[in-house]
Design a protein around this ligand. Sequence first.
Ligand code: ATP
Ligand code: MG
Length: 593
Amino acid sequence: MTAESASSAAAPAPTDFIRDIVAQHVAEKRYPKIVTRFPPEPNGYLHIGHAKSIFLNFGIALEQGGVCNLRFDDTNPAKEDVAYVESITADIRWLIAGWADHCLGFKPKGAHPSAQTVNGKPDLYLGPAPANDAAEAFYASDYFDALHAYAIELIKRGKAYVCDLSPKETEEYRGAPDQPGKDSPFRNRTISDNLDLFTRMTAGEFPDGARSLRAKIDMTSPNMWLRDPLLYRIRHIPHYHAGDKWCVYPLYDYAHCLSDYIEGISHSLCSLEFVPHRALYDWVLEALDLPRALPRQYEFAKLLPSYTLLSKRNIIRLVNEKVVNGWDDPRLPTIAGLRRRGITASALRKFVIGVGVTTYNSLIDIAVFEHAVREELNTTAARRLAVLRPLKLILTNIAPDETVACTATNNPQDEQPTTRPVALTREVFIETDDFAEVPPPKYFRLKPGGEVRLKYACIIKCDEIVKDASGAIIEIRCTAQLDTRSGQPNADKKVKGTIHWVSATQSVAAEVRLYDRLFTVPEPGNEEDFMKVLNPHSLEILTARLEPSLAGASAGECFQFERTGYFTVDAKDSTAGKPGFNRTISLKDTWTK
Ligand code: ATP
Ligand code: MG
């Protein structure tokens, strides 16, 4: 057991209405095994909202000794791509690593649903999934044959018909929520005509949109989704996974419930907008009189954090219009972006679990997320000295070739904090902000004639400001009070300010990217155009000076730069010995007024 899973085993398991339902079904032995699924459409990258669904689905599987299938819900060939399959797989593996890896369900390689008999009834089932890497993820498109066979079964039962209304006419016949729909003139075709036409649709005889297969339910139902919904439509385009075998494709509501059934899913969890679809989910499964325990759909509120935009359609716009640098830009709420920024999967999980699972949509203050990140990094990140906007100081009483050895603490949060040596030299850098020639009241950092402590070193006194011809400050000349170092006679001397610093001669330059919120308003999605509320300061690139050891930091390593924030070595554009640092999060919330 890893330290991570040990600590999560110690934490109380989350409770919510969905887990209560699952627990009851376990007690009733309603299903042979608890099987959940996470069903992304491979038409974009995963975002923090998807993480909520992933942690819920995998969390339930973990708590109940079940599995969670990753299923690509790929029934709409127009927008899907294998590149998204790859990014989604990588993101999920990262999110569950060290926590629920063993709950990831796998399909036997190449397996397709096969016929079996259960309780004397015919059935299509994928068979038990092995948990090993030789197996593969699930694809709804692997069930196209099974779904097609079930469609023929619905036609034979008089529960589906081929309709020749155009998409526009179909919409008109559907009516409105306060107005019943009208029966299609094709609703009462004979079963043999329907079988013949569906076979010809499948064979490619008709152009896109000419005909569709519809469920025969109730055109007057108050639930619009039950007004003879489409099950299949004609699309003469190849599919990235299923190839060019098909020119008819199943619709989401028809494919989803049956994919759940084929895989032996017990609990099908989705977001609230699917509440009205639930009746259709049940109708399809019940219409086929299937022999195994039916999966059930349960809905929960989406995660909606403030100051960001989640929908893939919005994120695609930010990527395509180059507001950000690709899907994994650290400012985006994508899992790939958050990972690159240095957010950990466990901080994400703690945040999502803290938000809980409810049935009402509400905006979650992004500060709650940022707090969870700070709380974790405070315990895990080693402290380092780094000056983001360097201003040079000359400590006039230290000789040019002299090094004054000092000792810095790596992480005061550790039970037994360790230390490292840092070198104080004649020339040091401090933050430009930590000096004020004309200080405001109560300014406790460096000012003309003032004293300040250089952290882990000694108190210094500002003697002289050196400027160039234009009046710009070139350097500040100070005296180092070396007897105020730790262990020296005047170590106890108190001053009001302590600032961080690095040696100018024993430090390295590195690129540091200060990322901030992408939008200036809490709900950019409510704006007429979210492009008008972009934060112009969401990225600032600096050349900082760092403790020399940081030159050897490896990709993904996170540090607290004392007094400024948490910074993670960029896994993408860092090279050996030349790390680039992404600000994961500032030390304090600068947005709350
Ligand atoms: P988006 O509109 O943001 O692109 P989507 O719902 O179209 O999201 P899918 O790939 O269809 O994305 O979603 C996969 C699963 O993730 C679905 O079960 C969906 O309900 C869930 N999901 C999507 N967004 C959120 C969210 N913000 N919070 C919780 N679950 C979500
Ligand atoms: Mg979707």
